[in-house]
Structures are given as C-alpha cells and as structure tokens.
Ligand binder design. Structure first.
Ligand code: PXP
Length: 389
C-alpha cells in the first residue's frame, strides 16, 4: 500500500514512532476501501507548518495539520490514484496532547484522521452540518483503528521473578509472586513468566506449583536445560517453556542460547516437551544462524533477546540493534516460528519493538517491577500496555 512518509521534524523529542504512523495511514486506506491509493505524510515543526500556512492559506502562525488534495478537479491524479499530502506539526501535536491529557501518538493519530478526511472532501468549515458529518466520521474511523489495533495488539507477559527476589532478601513469605501474578492478569497481562533457577535464588518450587493452579492466562516456565528442571517441567505441565542459558554467577540471563552449538541436546529436550504437549520457546540473540538452528531443532517459538538493543549507548547503535531484531523476527516468522521478544525492555524503548508485526508477545519483568514500587503493580502493567498499543 503506497504510503509515502517523510519526517522533517529534526529534534529528538518528542520521538515519533514512524512505523506506527505509517501503519495507521495504511489502515485508513484499507478502512475506506482505497488499497491502491497513494498518500503522502510529512511531519514538520511549527516553523515549517507556519510557512506553509502562510503561503497556501494566507494565515499567520502554526497550525496542527494541513491537507493538500491532489484529487480535486484533477483527472490525472484521480486516474493515478494519488490522494494527496498530509502535513502535521509535531510541535503542535505534542502541545495539544499535553493539553488534552492524551498520549502524543494518540493525538498524532487523530490529526492524521482529520487530515485524511479533508483529502476525501470532508470540510468542517463549510457549514455546521458538514462539521457534524466530519466529526462523526472522525469518531467512527478512530474507533475502527482502535478495535483493529486491539485485535492485532502484541501481548504482554509479565515476569514476576523480582517479587520473589524481594521476598528472598528477607527470607519470609512476603511479597508473594503468586499474588503479583493475579494483579498483573487483572491489569491486562496475557501471560505470567517465572524462571525456576537451579539455585532457587528467587522463584521456589512452591511458587510454580501454586501458579500452575492460579494463572488464568498462560504460564511460561523459563528454565535452563538441566535434567532436574526438565523433570519438574514435565510433572508441572506449564503452558509453555522458554529455554535459556543459565549460569550460576550471572545477575540475570546474559545472552541468548547457542542453539547452533547444541542442536542434538536441544532437539531431544524439545521432543520430550512436545510429547507432553508443552510448546518450547528458545531464547536467542537476533542472529540468523541461531534462528536457522531454532527452525532445525523444531522449536515452536523463539524469544528474541532485546538486551543489546536496550543497552545501546547511542542512537546509531540502538538503530542497528533494532534492525537486527526486526530482521531476525521476520526470518523466524516467515519460517513458521512464533516469535516473542524480551529482556531489558522498559517504558522508553518498548514502543518501537511493539511496532513489529512479526512479534506476538513481549516478556517484561524488571522495568514493570521497578515502576510498581512507585505507582503500584496494577498501574505499572497498564502503563506498559498503553505503550504497546
Ligand atoms: N526474557 C528472558 C528470557 C529473561 O531471562 C528475562 C529476564 O528474566 C526477561 C525476558 C525479562 O527481562 P527484564 O527483567 O529485563 O524485563
């Protein structure tokens, strides 16, 4: 679908999720049954839109959105399926979002819909009746976009290990990760993840046994491929397991599994799990060799390690790591694997990953628990879900 997108807004904040804008525009073309129509979107700052406003509309000062229709009375453009250009000021969108108390991207979406309707010939300045017609159509399209996104929205699985870490620091019974899991589910999480480590440093057998009985969504048991834990999983029958490399001294899982280097062993573990109807996910770095090996050993899922993306110290490095994740996810998805991702995701870096349509679920622990200390677990989960829309 030909959506041309250019971002001439040069400052780092607010940061625009270009994929999200492009996808919204594509959905608008589909919703209005114009799959082959070309639409162009340009993001600018207040100064640039004020110049356009002055030149084309003889109005001074910035505005939020301008639409330049190519179809009005122009048969050539109609024949070529060119709809026109929408120009949005990122500065004004951010100001209006703050004023309305909504997210920057929600405001950007509303402006895109408004500009788009102008291109289709709606004009609220013509008459009161026209204004009402345009307002109603805007509402309808925004609702359709939201419900379409909900259907396709990436799921959030919350890792509750850190609740157990806090409990173990005191050696008593509180806080309880089982209770935390229930709160996460009530707030909208669609999965609970726990890592039962060989050294039992946080999650205990008792936690996993209780979670098996109480989790209403999906229990994902993260584990190393040690025989004792494999037997535990085969007795427990979680909804899925995620195999990770496990080292005694590490603070958290440090890297992806070397699937390519232990295909025989992993294929046998996956076979045993599959015989018990437990799908297996392999936690791997975004490396084509590892994705290929995961396909070979017949894993059901891969979970792509987002740690290097999260730890990147420059924009350039983060962009590179993001591209590796996007490419690995696409390769796995196209080969028929189901794709999850996680590690190091937080309230700043998650939205970009959540824009990848090939990934179905994110596994997030530390950032949510850290925020929960200040705002409560329910709100911390809801805020994260809000960033994944
Ligand atoms: N996925 C895997 C495989 C992990 O090992 C972890 C950490 O326990 C996570 C996701 C969650 O990482 P974080 O706690 O950094 O969100």
């Amino acid at each position: 679908m030909p959506v041309r997108f250019r971002n001439d807004f040069c400052r780092p904040f607010p940061r625009v999720n270009e994929l999200l804008v492009r996808r919204t525009a594509e959905h608008l073309l589909l919703l209005t049954e114009r799959p082959d129509t070309e639409l162009s979107i340009l993001l600018v700052d207040d100064r640039q839109i004020a110049e356009l406003n002055k030149y084309w509309r003889r109005k001074s000062g910035p505005t939020n959105v301008l639409s330049f229709s190519l179809t009005e009375g122009d048969d050539t453009s109609m024949a070529m399926n060119l709809l026109g250009d929408i120009v949005i000021s990122v500065d004004t969108a951010a100001r209006e979002a703050k004023y309305e108390g909504i997210s920057f991207h929600a405001r950007l979406e509303a402006l895109l819909v408004h500009g788009f309707l102008h291109l289709l010939g709606y004009d609220h300045e013509k008459s009161e009746l026209e204004a009402m017609r345009m307002h109603n159509k805007e509402k309808e399209l925004l609702q359709q976009l939201t419900s379409q996104r909900r259907k396709k929205m990436m799921k959030l699985a919350v890792n509750v290990d850190h609740v157990a870490t806090l409990r173990e620091a005191r050696g008593i019974s509180e806080p309880d990760p089982v209770l935390a899991a229930g709160i996460c589910e009530l707030a909208g999480a669609e999965g609970i993840v726990v890592h039962l480590r060989e050294d039992r440093r946080h999650i205990q057998d008792r936690d996993v046994l209780l979670l098996r009985q109480t989790v209403k969504t999906k229990l994902n048991l993260e584990m190393g491929a040690a025989e004792e834990i494999i037997k535990f999983a085969l007795d427990l029958l979680p909804d899925m397991v995620t195999l990770v490399p496990e080292k005694r001294k590490e603070l958290t899982t440090e890297g992806g599994l070397n699937v390519a280097g232990q295909k025989k062993k992993l294929k046998s573990v996956i076979g045993r799990m599959n015989d018990a109807n437990i799908p297996v996910s392999l936690f791997v770095d975004p490396d084509p060799r590892q994705i290929e090996a995961a396909i070979n050993v017949e894993a059901t899922f891969v979970e792509i390690h987002t740690g290097r993306y999260a730890d990147a110290t420059s924009e350039e490095e983060r962009d590179q790591e993001f591209e590796l994740i996007a490419a690995a996810a696409a390769e796995a998805y196209e080969a028929g694997l189901r794709v999850n991702a996680g590690h190091g995701l937080n309230y700043v870096n998650t939205t970009r990953i959540a824009g990848l349509e090939t990934i179905e679920e994110l596994s997030i622990g530390h950032a949510i628990m850290a925020r929960a200390i200040f705002v409560g677990l329910d709100q911390a989960v809801r805020e994260m879900l809000g960033l994944m829309l």
